[in-house]
Design a protein around this ligand. Structure first.
Ligand SMILES: [Zn+2]
Length: 306
């Protein structure tokens, strides 16, 4: 069934079996998440095609909004789920595919909602360890390197200053693991190790032979991280075509990471309003095929993007 982000919030008289669901759904966040999904799903950006990729946002203390399984980013349907059943599954050593399926369905606040993405486990892990918004996609550029025997080059060091400003001093690379439960577990372990080591949230997890994940404070930051990771991978791919990448020396990269003016730039970026936030207000209309005007306006705006 099709479901708008607004509809994804269950009505008190229909679906609620958990006090968690009495919290109001933050409308601005929902609009931004839908806009982020459309931005990522625009085929011209080469970040995802067809049903690839998914996004999520924490919508309360114990819940998140995540893309439904099988829908495209560009025309995403969202499901609101409780985090607890998913986190419990990550801790269940003997869980199998049937348990995953059951937990995904049981986690829905509205039992009539579509099944959430199988990567909800990855999203739940990230959203409970420092991120408020998670964006997962399969960029052409990242996968060109991540599917090669030079995948390690993605985390070999910093190539240019703005990469550090947006992606942080260090990123995570995971080898390919089974999507869903195993990926959720491996990602959670890697995030915890990163937090221990650097005392800050990782911004990017590169997934070998798969794609990337942006861990962000906001939808705007998720978009910036995805943009910068894509640009970094394009540059790295070109470097590898003509030779070997020459990374910045550690002391210079550390200097960029801690310079006061770079900290100010990060603050300025974080304070900027979400790009195209106004167009996100048309999201409920675009689900309705009888309102093509809203859809055309949406597509037109997207083509103007950075
Ligand atoms: Zn994926």
């Amino acid at each position: 069934m099709n479901q708008t982000p607004t509809d994804a919030h269950p009505q008190p008289e229909t679906a609620l079996f958990d006090a968690v669901a009495t919290e109001p759904l933050p409308a601005e966040l929902v609009a931004e998440l839908a806009s982020l999904a459309r931005w990522m799903g625009d085929g011209n950006r080469e970040l995802a095609v067809l049903g690839e990729g998914n996004v999520s946002a924490r919508t309360g203390a114990h819940r998140m909004l995540v893309k439904a399984s099988g829908t495209s980013l560009e025309h995403a349907t969202f499901v609101e789920v409780r985090l607890q059943p998913l986190l419990e599954l990550l801790d269940a050593p003997d869980a199998d595919d049937t348990d995953v399926q059951r937990a995904l369905l049981d986690s829905r606040l509205d039992p009539t909602a579509p099944q959430p993405s199988v990567e909800s486990l990855l999203h739940a892990a990230a959203l409970t360890h420092g991120a408020n918004v998670v964006a997962h996609c399969h960029p052409q550029s990242v996968n060109a390197i991540g599917c090669s025997d030079r995948a390690q080059a993605l985390v070999g060091g910093a190539l240019f200053p703005d990469q550090i400003v947006v992606l942080g001093r260090e990123q995570i690379l995971l080898p390919y693991v089974d999507p869903g439960l195993e990926l959720g577990r491996r990602a959670r372990t890697a995030i915890l190790e990163f937090l221990d080591r650097r005392d800050e949230r990782p911004r990017v997890i590169y997934l070998g032979n798969h794609g990337m994940v942006a861990l962000a404070e906001s939808c705007g930051e998720a978009r910036r991280i995805t943009q910068m990771a894509d640009k970094t991978a394009r540059i790295l791919r070109d470097c590898l075509a003509v030779g070997s990448p020459r990374y910045l020396p550690d002391h210079l990269a550390d200097r960029i990471h801690t310079r006061p003016d770079e900290a100010l730039r990060r603050q300025a970026l974080a304070a900027a309003p979400y790009p195209d936030a106004d167009q996100a207000q048309v999201v409920p209309d675009r689900q309705d095929a009888t309102k093509p005007g809203a859809i055309r306006r949406d597509v037109g705006r997207l083509s103007d993007g950075p």
